[in-house]
Design a protein around this ligand. Structure first.
Ligand SMILES: NC(=O)c1ccc[n+]([C@@H]2O[C@H](COP(=O)([O-])OP(=O)(O)OC[C@H]3O[C@@H](n4cnc5c(N)ncnc54)[C@H](O)[C@@H]3O)[C@@H](O)[C@H]2O)c1
Length: 269
């Protein structure tokens, strides 16, 4: 049996992976600060705050692979981002080191690079240009992952997820969209590849419009199969409303003060 920990398991992508990563030879340890419902077959449920180190130490014990999705998934106040994304990600890596966990899928974000101009092709070795505190927290997570690989040999994939929603809702997603199936195949590739090492990759489907260059991540051997192109003429796709949002990769995240503390102001992830 392999035990896989999924953090953020009550969220959108966590719920998807809860369903798609199950298998006869797999125990899923599912964790979130939110309610996780009833445990299914081969499921272990742990409700905890990732900011609580003593809880995270217990959470990570006896796991073989961690899919780290938990945290604040949009722009928010620095204090909330600090607990969920910065302290929380540190707790996961440090607990993994102490428990001997060897591999982590880290859900980073395109917003780590969201201040680049539309029209510029960004590769996986270009400097961080976050567009928000949220983006800054993902840069922190990627650097932390590098540190834990170089110093302790914990393998990581820092996966800069584009926009993983079905169907797409915004024009921007014609460049950033990732299908659910492509996300699942990437998670499985990260789990199964014999030598992962340290990898950074933009998780995006095979869309005709493309802002990102994954050629430096070819060693991972992952190819997206889907494309957003069938939605190109969909009239329901929302346009960016401001000049700055249209000009920069991260869209509205680049606008000053685009969120409120309830998070109702931000539309994209
Ligand atoms: N969905 C996307 O398109 C997308 C794009 C880029 C990056 N990501 C990243 O992927 C991950 C999953 O995204 P999602 O769309 O499923 O987001 P989501 O908000 O639906 O899920 C995140 C989950 O994390 C939990 N969480 C928040 N703070 C926590 C804490 N302190 N302790 C424990 N749990 C906590 C939330 O309760 C929630 O269930 C996130 O890390 C997000 O930043 C997603």
């Amino acid at each position: 049996m392999v035990r896989i920990l999924i953090t953020g398991a009550a969220g959108g992508l966590g719920s998807l992976l809860r369903d798609r990563m199950k298998g006869e030879q797999v125990t899923l340890r599912l964790s979130d600060v939110a309610e996780l419902g009833e445990a299914g077959e081969n499921e272990e449920l742990v409700q905890c705050d990732l900011g609580d180190m003593s809880a995270v130490l217990k959470l990570v014990k006896d796991c073989d692979f961690i899919i780290h999705l938990g945290g604040i998934a949009k722009e928010n106040s620095f204090e909330k981002i600090l607990n969920g994304n910065i302290v929380g990600t540190y707790n996961i890596y440090e607990a993994a080191r102490r428990a001997g966990v060897k591999r982590i899928f880290f859900a980073s974000s395109n917003h780590a690079m969201g201040a680049y101009e539309v029209g510029e092709i960004v590769d996986t070795e270009m400097p961080f240009r976050p567009d928000s505190f949220y983006g800054v927290s993902k840069c922190f997570g990627e650097v932390l992952a590098r540190y834990y690989y170089d110093k302790y040999g914990i393998e990581s994939a820092c996966v800069r997820i584009g926009s993983c929603f079905e169907p797409p809702t915004e024009k921007r997603m014609l460049a950033t969209w990732l299908s659910f199936d492509d996300l699942v195949s990437l998670v499985k590739r990260v789990q199964e590849i014999e030598h992962l090492g340290f990898q950074t990759i933009f998780a995006v489907s095979d869309n005709a419009k493309n802002w990102w260059d994954n050629s430096l991540a070819e060693g991972l051997g992952w190819q997206p199969k889907d494309s957003v192109d069938k939605y190109t003429d969909d009239p329901s796709l929302i346009e960016e409303e401001t000049e700055i949002a249209a000009r920069l990769h991260g869209g509205v995240y680049n606008a000053d003060g685009h969120f409120d503390d309830n998070n109702s102001g931000s539309r994209t992830v």
